[in-house]
Design a protein around this ligand. Structure first.
Ligand code: 5GP
Ligand code: ZN
Length: 112
């Protein structure tokens, strides 16, 4: 499958890793939108949040556990945002489920 995040998982495209285990990978975003901007992805290809279901949702709980751990390791002290964009209108550009872990600055709400 022609998916850049699958290629990052299998090492065909290099990335700066923040965390890895058998189920998930966390790596630094190429175009950071905050002082800390890490992407956390399932190693299994799931195309977007709209494709999360009872069969594959366990990894999402694990991703949030990893988000808390990475945020702590990077010194965010509990202040961070986790975002996933599902679909073109929401701004999804890479069709492999990913969660943006953003921190190190103030954020506004609502988002644009
Ligand atoms: P989306 O717009 O789909 O929510 O987020 C995709 C993110 O992936 C963007 O923030 C973009 O900068 C990042 N990205 C795209 N290609 C690469 C890549 O090859 N390596 C890394 N580290 N990040 C990437
Ligand atoms: Zn993929």
């Amino acid at each position: 499958m022609d998916c850049i995040f699958c290629k990052i998982v299998n090492g065909d495209i290099p990335s700066k890793k923040a965390y890895e285990d058998e189920k998930v990978l966390a790596f630094y975003d190429l175009e950071p939108q905050a002082p800390v901007h890490v992407l956390i992805i399932p190693k299994e290809h799931i195309s977007c949040a709209a494709e999360i279901n009872g069969e594959n949702s366990a990894v999402v709980a694990h991703i949030f556990e990893v988000a808390a751990k990475v945020a702590d390791e990077l010194g965010l002290d509990g202040d961070f945002r986790v975002v996933t964009n599902s679909g073109i209108k929401a701004g999804q550009t890479v069709k492999h489920l990913h969660f943006h872990l953003l921190g190190g600055r103030d954020f506004t709400w609502p988002p644009g």
